[in-house]
Design a protein around this ligand. Structure first.
Ligand code: NAD
Length: 351
């Protein structure tokens, strides 16, 4: 109770989800489909997951209704409509998604339209598989909705499916996951549970990522990174994200930028801006990094051999001020007030 006796209550809501974790977990998928009582599976996979999709298709045999190999980033509704047509033609009663956030997003969109059960088999660290959030795009406009029914009921984490991630994607996708954990630490609705998830996720990513970048095919490091990304995804599901996600959403939507690369290059700049106003996050990240989190994360981000600045991603410098003003005009919880002047400086640094 606060001094004026007004109750100070935070609601921590978890979403029912069955999670399988471990090397070879993908071989359990046919059994999981049986548990769901499904007879006709639509298999959604990106080309990067073709080998795993082929293997699953064979294991499913006559229970495979159809395959759809065309998920696209940010879930365009036109692509979802194509997949819906296949569902109509084949009588599919369930969907399995293998791939990054794009494949998982499509399965969520299909499930939202049909109520069909979904099994998500992520191959990146995006975390979408454990969130009740769906972002969809139509005519270049992204709309996001949140509904517990959107979250996949079954998630299969098989670290062997992440061994093919190129070094660049490993780095940017890990920093994308780290951003979920960091924002949960300074979230207004953080609880003891989300603090624990976020701290463990950040520790796993920051200690394991350098080793995995040195030896991308080492399964042990991959296992810990994937587990950390799972916990980070739970942070994304259970807390309100702050400035980092607002910036990524505004910049990504305005200029059509790649998801993980954008998150990766922004994070150190947002840390530098927010940590002075977020003592708990600062203390925990300092303990994990044994130094200055801004320096450590910045060094990791700059080691990417792809674009590491907004300028290199193709953002026009004269477009930064408008993004800063738009964000400053929509107040939302953040440890430091996001004023347009200061935000413009942050974006110019990132440019
Ligand atoms: P992605 O799914 O678009 O994948 C990026 C690229 O990596 C693709 O070319 C893909 O084929 C390839 N790839 C994926 N896994 C691979 C692997 N193991 N080996 C080799 N290549 C691989 O990108 P993403 O960053 O995973 O997801 C981004 C999408 O997810 C966006 O649409 C974003 O909006 C969404 N997202 C949603 C949520 C949510 O909670 N709703 C959370 C995070 C991300």
């Amino acid at each position: 109770m606060s001094r004026n006796n007004a109750p100070h209550v935070t609601v921590h809501e978890t979403i029912p989800c069955r999670v399988l974790v471990g090397r070879g977990a993908r071989h359990e998928i046919p059994g999981e489909i049986g548990r769901l009582g499904a007879q006709r599976v639509l298999l959604v996979a990106t080309r990067s997951a073709q080998a795993a999709a082929d293997q699953l298709a064979e294991a499913l045999g006559t229970r495979l209704a159809a395959r759809f190999d065309g998920p696209v980033v940010h879930t365009p509704v036109a692509v979802t409509a194509e997949a819906m047509k296949i569902i109509g033609e084949t009588g599919a009663d369930s969907v399995v998604a293998i791939g990054g956030g794009s494949a998982v997003g499509l399965a969520k969109a299909l499930s939202a339209r049909t109520g069909m059960p979904q099994v998500a088999v992520p191959t990146t660290y995006a975390g979408s598989e454990v969130t009740p959030v769906l972002g969809e795009t139509e005519n270049g406009v992204k709309t996001t909705r949140r509904d517990q029914a959107i979250a996949p009921g079954t998630v299969v984490y098989d670290p062997e499916l992440t061994l093919t991630m190129p070094v660049g994607l490993t780095l940017t996708s890990s920093l994308n996951a780290l951003a979920h954990a960091v924002e949960a630490l300074w979230a207004p609705d953080a609880t003891a549970a989300t603090d624990a998830l976020a701290t463990e996720a950040a520790a796993g990513i920051l200690t394991m990522l350098p080793a995995v970048l040195d030896d991308p095919s080492g399964p042990a490091g991959r296992e810990r990174l994937q587990e950390s990304a799972w916990l980070a995804g739970l942070c994304l599901a259970q807390t309100r994200m702050g400035l980092h996600h607002q910036l990524a959403h505004a910049l990504g939507g305005t200029f059509g930028l790649p998801h993980a690369e954008l998150h990766a290059l922004l994070l150190a700049h947002v840390l530098a801006f927010n940590l002075p106003g977020a003592p708990k996050a600062d203390a925990r990240l300092r303990r994990i990094t044994g130094g200055d989190p801004v320096t450590v994360v910045g060094r990791l981000a700059r080691s990417h051999d792809g674009p590491t600045t907004l300028g290199a991603l193709g953002v026009p410098r004269d477009g930064l001020r408008a993004v800063a003003e738009r964000i400053a005009a929509q107040p939302y919880p953040n440890p430091r007030p996001p004023e347009a002047e200061a935000l413009t400086r942050l974006l110019e640094e990132a440019w």
